[in-house]
Design a binder for this molecule. Structure first.
Ligand code: ZN
Length: 367
């Protein structure tokens, strides 16, 4: 079952809403039940309006990302807020800064647009509950408060909140990306601890959960940046398997089984001379054996549509390409010349080696 159906499409961006959102709408209707149908409609209407502001905030991120060449395919709405999924992370600090600022900026623009209606009114600055009589004033009050809260909360300097990204981008302008991420992570986790302690003291379970989420996300962000910066140091042309065993279309599955058992190589290129015809993975062989007891030619089970990557890409870029195609393996080419295969597992292994070498270097410089 699809838990987050698309409710709207804006350009190539799908706005998806998680089904748990319906619980929130139901809860709001129930909260306003004492004011009858009008009250319930008002309560539900308010929550929908607030989420329109959240969608606009995420669209701000999405448009900013698009303006620097990073498409956003979907925006996901959860009862706790929204998320814009960038197809890749921005590399330049100024791009990250612009994308992160664009979200809260939208809420600031909404606040400015609301100003003419808010001036002279004695707004309450609390999100209205069922004790409020439905009115235009209560609506503006709610919108105002929600947008102020959206700006303040998102500007907290903690990943994955916008403020954390802004902080990291600003630091990265002066220090390197790794140092910037390390400092931003430290500050983010400290903020998370403060929110968590305040939540525990105030008995606010939502704050405690938010704090835990921020704390873990900050750690993930740090690990991901470390991985990315390490993989950026190696080109795929220097890291593919040069000594891989290959197959010809006349080989049969029994030979592949032998090769897998004796070499532990999981993926094989099927070659006709120097031409790459396709690839056969361990899964292909297993699937074939499960369906077809006869010893068939590899040509009949190979994948012909092989993802090609140029040898000049970094391991990080190759990893992104493979993941974007929901694949496992890519064929490395120098112009038209086939060089070898590289899989996500190979990249993980390369990462472990780069990591090891780097730690050794740090040890030698530290002593
Ligand atoms: Zn945001």
């Amino acid at each position: 079952m699809n838990w987050s159906p698309t409710i709207l499409r804006i350009g190539d961006i799908a706005i998806k809403m998680h089904v748990s959102f319906l619980l929130l709408i139901g809860f709001e209707a129930w909260r306003w039940r004492e004011q009858g149908v009008t009250g319930m409609l008002f309560g539900v209407g308010l929550i929908l309006l607030l989420f329109v502001c959240v969608v606009l905030h995420e669209l701000g991120h999405a448009l900013a990302a698009k303006s620097v060449g990073i498409p956003v395919r979907e925006i996901l709405l959860l009862p706790i807020g929204g998320l814009a999924f960038l197809t890749r992370l921005p590399r330049k600090p100024l791009h990250e800064l612009w994308i992160a600022v664009a979200g809260p900026l939208v809420n600031v623009v909404i606040l400015i647009a609301l100003l003419p209606f808010a001036i002279g009114e004695s707004l309450t600055y609390v999100l209205p509950g069922p004790e409020v009589t439905p009115s235009v004033k209560a609506t503006i009050s709610a919108l105002y408060t929600a947008n102020v809260m959206l700006v303040l909360f998102n500007m907290l300097p903690a990943f994955p909140l916008d403020g954390g990204r802004i902080l990291r981008a600003l630091l990265a302008l002066f220090a390197g990306e790794r140092t910037a991420t390390n400092i931003a992570t430290l500050i983010g986790q400290a903020v998370a601890v403060i929110i968590g302690v305040l939540g525990v003291l105030g008995g606010n379970i939502l704050m405690v959960l938010t704090a835990a989420f921020i704390f873990l996300s900050a750690g993930n962000e740090k690990a991901e940046t470390r991985t990315r910066t390490m993989l950026e140091t190696k080109l795929v042309g220097d890291a593919y398997n040069r000594h891989a065993l290959t197959l010809t279309p006349a080989d049969r599955t029994s030979r592949v089984v032998d090769l897998i058992l004796t070499s532990y190589q999981p993926d094989f290129a099927v070659m006709q001379g120097s031409q790459l015809l396709g690839i056969v993975t361990r899964e292909d062989v297993m699937n074939s054996l499960a369906q077809e007891p006869n010893d068939v030619y590899v040509a009949s089970i190979m994948q012909r549509n092989v993802l090609r990557v140029p040898h000049s890409l970094t391991l990080d870029e190759v990893r992104n390409v493979i993941t974007a195609h929901e694949g496992q393996v890519a064929a490395v080419f120098r112009d038209q010349e086939y060089l070898g295969l590289i899989s996500l597992t190979d990249i993980d292994e390369a990462l472990a080696v780069i990591d090891y070498v780097e730690r050794q270097k740090q040890l030698t410089t530290a002593t």
